[in-house]
Design a protein around this ligand. Structure first.
Ligand code: SF4
Ligand code: SF4
Length: 312
């Protein structure tokens, strides 16, 4: 079955990858980020992001990496985006909040009411350390406690300090039901550490980059791709994330989503870079999205996006 044709609806989110440097090197990382990566968005491109947000009245700036906080221009970008009324999401790995030289980062995020969307692939130590490296669990818990102390993650609060946790399976399986898993996370994290958070997002692992290599090594790639394909749920097609966002890489190139970005699949149409959106008035709604076999990762089962399951 060929993946159905989809078109973008209303553009609400600009997702930008500002660099591949990260203080971690997780096995499932679909951008192959690590401490030795040097790719970083230039200051000129950071300025273009702000111009595009303004010109196209985009509501949300979703900043990712690597560890985006490691970019020297991260704070400036956040401050200026907030000044023009844009909601900012920081895709945070939690360990950066206790990394030497970044101890003030949690406070900065709180002061600017940045939504923190943080990876925590399990509420149990062994599973987290297996996927993300030894010692990551303890440091993630430390990061969460720090955020809670600053007012993040208080359920039903409207203080603007939203803390979302992100779960992804350890191996070649689909995530469990988001609502049920969220309940388990709440109980486990509260009972043990008194940690609270706002939402849990379940995300399906994409069989690309580092995770694809891992699947190849364990001879599970074909089986996993078949699982995604066989679990296709047509309801999810209405809300796949590429329908409301565009993704920008560290060099200012535009893609339909972060996965297409990692696969080097450029957008259709005559706007290829951020600067094209400034030099021309582009109608970003209604554009045909570049799809491929990897897209079944977004539509399998309950669906998957940067904001978690597509149907609960
Ligand atoms: S923390 Fe995130 S960006 Fe960094 S290596 Fe792990 S998955 Fe990749
Ligand atoms: S992989 Fe990207 S292009 Fe394909 S459905 Fe998912 S978000 Fe859309």
């Amino acid at each position: 079955m060929k993946f159905p044709e989809i078109r973008r609806g209303e553009l609400t989110t600009l997702q930008v990858n500002i660099g591949y440097k990260c203080n971690q090197a997780c096995v499932h990382c679909h951008v192959n980020a690590s401490p030795i990566r040097t790719e970083m968005m230039s200051n000129e491109t950071l300025l273009l992001i702000l111009k595009v947000l303004k010109k196209y009245k985009i509501k949300t700036l979703d900043i990712t990496g690597g560890a985006p906080e490691m970019h020297p221009g991260f704070k400036g970008l956040v401050i200026k985006a907030r000044e023009i009324g844009v909601e900012v999401i920081d895709r945070c790995n939690l360990t950066i909040l206790t990394e030497k030289g970044y101890e003030e980062m949690a406070e900065f995020l709180a002061n600017n009411k940045v939504t923190v969307t943080a990876s925590l692939p399990c509420y149990e130590k062994n599973n987290v350390d297996l996927q993300r490296g030894r010692g990551v669990y303890e440091r993630s818990i430390e990061g969460l406690i720090k955020l809670n102390k600053l007012g993040y993650g208080i359920p039903d609060s409207d203080n603007g300090k939203v803390l979302n946790l992100v779960y992804n399976p350890l191996g070649a399986s689909l995530p469990p039901e988001q609502i049920e898993l969220e309940k388990s996370y709440r109980i486990a994290l509260y009972e043990k550490y008194k940690i609270t958070f706002n939402n849990l997002f379940t995300i399906t692992n994409m069989p690309i980059q580092r995770f694809k290599m891992q699947l190849k090594r364990s001879n599970e790639l074909e089986e996993y791709q078949k699982l995604l394909y066989d679990s296709y749920n047509s309801e999810n097609i209405k809300s796949v994330m590429c329908r409301s966002l565009i993704s920008v890489d560290w060099e200012g190139n535009i893609f339909d989503c972060d996965f297409n970005q990692q696969l080097g699949i450029k957008v259709k149409g005559n706007y290829k870079k951020l600067v094209d959106l400034i030099n021309n008035q582009v109608n970003l709604s209604g554009n045909v999205i570049q799809v491929g076999s990897h897209c079944y990762g977004c539509t399998a089962g309950c669906g998957s996006s940067c904001g978690g399951a597509l149907k609960s």
